[in-house]
Write a protein that binds this ligand. Structure first.
Ligand code: KDG
Ligand code: MG
Length: 413
């Protein structure tokens, strides 16, 4: 178990076979890292000793069904780490990049979106241009809201990214909310939904006027709206032709999507906090969403996520993998190999990691001309440098919490 903080906290599982082959899995659960580390160290690792590393499906079922306590972010992140490490090992033994074992490449590379944000429209335009210079062909846009001091997902200082083609060595676009402002307690932010709903459509109107109709634009509402507010926002954004609107309502109430869907044709994405195929079942079967946000690392691993994507394909629903910097390069690489292979790929979020993170993980994937591509290295193509990692000790860090500006009551994240 590797628990370090190169730029931000990561938990990484390394499995070594009797033959000395190693596989890596991402076990990072932002703000709750040590719970997964304990689950792995205290409960799963002892069960893996002596098991055949090639029996991936059987091991997944053994850990999932055997626990009795199924699902949940901690359990599924831990199982995902084991699953990915075993796939990494299998692909290394086969001497192939992992996507070859998953069916081979269905595309030359995976379309990725970057994060633009700003305190006003001019800053947003600059941030979009900057991301276009970095090679992004699709861009998420987040904005400050007049009257609110800070809004999650919006950088409050000018970005300093300079990276080019290679993911390694690229200077990351830094957000000052990352890594969630380290402190023993979460930072408290304020929120006003009516102000947000009044402001956001105008931002997208301005962005469309500035950049034209072609550029795919995305937006994340971070679970903050009621169903009827979400419906209103989706409708208001229709003239600006979004690629997707993400996480409009608290994700656990999937029934909300019925109401939202009745009112808007803006495509909807959800699932970054889901961890099971059962979270998606009704959303798929009633065709209530358009994109699946689960990353490999929180979706239980490659083994179940491949099944989720195949299930989604029946309903013409596509992948839209979560890829913030709290998914480690191991997690990104695992999602990338799966993304290369499936037919119903949509898009991936690709936030660049900090130089410290890249130095420790050495990912071999590259980003160029809007696409992330895995290398031809056997396995998932990530190596972990223990020596450099040991310089970065774990430090507790939390995501912010959100209180209503009006009366200070806690609001949905
Ligand atoms: O750990 C939580 C973050 O990864 C999340 O807030 C980022 O919403 C997010 C996104 O779409 O990347
Ligand atoms: Mg999100």
């Amino acid at each position: 178990m590797l628990v370090h903080s190169p730029g931000r906290n990561f938990v990484t599982l390394r499995i070594t076979t009797d033959d000395g082959i190693t596989g890596l899995g991402d076990a990072t659960l932002n703000g709750r890292e040590l719970s997964v580390a304990s689950y792995l160290r205290d409960h799963l690792a002892p069960l893996l000793i002596g098991r055949d590393a090639h029996k991936i499906e059987d091991t997944w079922q053994y850990l999932y069904r055997g626990a009795y306590w199924r699902r949940g972010p901690v359990t599924m992140t831990a199982i995902a780490a084991v699953d990915v490490a075993l796939w990494d090992i299998k692909a290394k033994v086969a001497n192939m990049p992992l996507y070859q074992l998953l069916g081979g490449a269905s595309r030359v590379g995976c379309l990725a979106y970057g994060h633009a944000s700003g305190r006003d429209n001019q800053e947003i335009f600059d941030s979009i241009r900057h991301h276009q210079e970095l090679g992004y062909k699709a861009i998420r846009v987040q904005s400050s809201i007049p009257g609110l001091n800070s809004v999650y997902g919006v950088a409050t200082a000018a970005n300093s990214a300079t990276g080019t083609g290679s993911a390694k060595g690229a200077t990351s676009t830094r957000y000052d909310y990352e890594p969630a402002r380290r402190s023993a307690f979460p930072v408290e932010e304020e929120w006003d939904t009516r102000a947000y709903l009044r402001h956001i459509p105008g931002v997208f109107e301005a962005v469309r006027n500035e950049f034209g109709p072609e550029l795919p634009l995305l937006h994340d509402a971070h679970h903050r709206l009621t169903p009827i507010q979400a419906a209103k926002l989706g409708k208001a954004l229709e003239p600006y032709d979004l690629f997707w609107l993400e996480d409009v309502t608290p994700a656990e109430n999937t029934d909300a999507f019925r109401l939202i869907r009745q009112h808007t044709t803006t495509p909807l994405a959800v699932g970054e906090i889901f961890n099971s195929i059962y979270d998606y079942k009704n959303l798929f079967e009633e065709q209530l969403i358009d994109y699946v946000r689960s990353p490999v690392s929180h979706g239980g691993g490659i083994t179940p996520l491949k099944k989720i994507f195949d299930y989604a394909a029946v309903y013409q629903i596509k992948s839209g993998v979560h890829g913030p910097t709290d998914v480690s390069p191991v997690g990104h690489a695992a999602s990338l190999h799966l993304s290369m292979a499936i037919h119903n790929y949509g898009i991936s979020e690709y936030m660049r990691h900090s130089p410290e993170t890249l130095e420790v993980f050495n990912p071999s994937y590259t980003f160029e001309n809007g696409l992330i591509r895995p290398s031809s290295e056997p396995g998932i193509g990530v190596t972990y440098d223990d020596v450099i990692a040991s310089q970065y000790e774990y430090e507790s860090a939390y995501l912010p919490v959100n209180r209503l500006k009006l009366d200070g009551s806690l609001h949905d994240w």
